[in-house]
Ligand binder design. Structure first.
Ligand SMILES: [Mg+2]
Length: 220
């Protein structure tokens, strides 16, 4: 029998959001400040205004190449990401959980970010070896994590929506939307902000327990 499939969000679920913040809120504004000869503070102001002008419901928001070009920064996206690879941080509960779950499940990544951003993160701790397939909403379909994205993942994996499990930390895009499509979605609430959500877990160890897999304390 085929192993059931779990789809994982990446940022805020597997890796800490700090890397994204570093790139979007420090590196890009610094490059901007240098290019236009203004202070970092002023550059950050302009850059974040431009980000919110586009907003997270627009796929361009997730694309570093789009912003580098828009601000005319003349930097190569991959070179820039390479430079900061060592800043990627994986949550403590990730490796023990992935090691255990891989015995009983096939695992995939379903992220809103572009392929390049996903690749640089999955290289950390050789995370890529745990995942059979990577689905990038921004690169694949040029959409954010919409119903269409989740339907296309089910189609690619040849699964009925009800047999795909998904977990992620964005209440709308990782929980409400996939549930609407029929996925068995879990909301990862690391900050304990949505305690009343029905299929809510506080960390990945708790999620593994829901999958019938127990993680001994202190394992890594
Ligand atoms: Mg996330």
């Amino acid at each position: 029998m085929m192993k059931p499939v779990i789809s994982f969000d990446l940022d805020g679920t597997i890796v800490k959001p700090d890397f994204n913040d570093l790139i979007w809120l420090k590196v890009v504004p610094s490059l901007y400040a240098r290019k236009y000869g203004i202070t970092f503070k002023e550059a950050k102001n302009r850059v974040t205004k431009a980000y919110s002008g586009i907003g997270e419901r627009d796929v361009r928001w997730y694309r570093l190449d789009f912003w580098l070009e828009r601000f005319q920064l003349e930097v190569d996206q991959n070179e820039l990401l390479e430079k900061y690879t060592d800043k990627v941080e994986v949550y403590r509960d990730v490796l023990p959980v992935l090691k255990k779950l891989r015995c009983n499940f096939r695992m995939v990544i379903s992220s809103g970010m572009s392929d390049e951003f996903i690749a640089v993160k999955l290289r950390k701790c050789s995370l890529e070896k745990y995942f059979d397939q990577i689905f990038s909403a921004a690169s694949l379909l040029e959409v954010v994590k919409t119903a269409k994205f989740y339907r296309s993942i089910c189609a690619a994996l040849d699964l009925k929506p009800g047999s795909l499990i998904h977990i992620g930390d964005h209440y709308q895009m990782d929980y409400l939307t996939p549930r609407r499509v029929g996925l068995d979605a879990y909301y990862l609430d690391r900050d304990h902000s949505h305690c009343r959500v029905k299929k809510r877990v506080g960390d990945l160890v708790e999620f593994a327990q829901k999958m019938g897999v127990s993680i001994p304390p202190g394992s890594s």
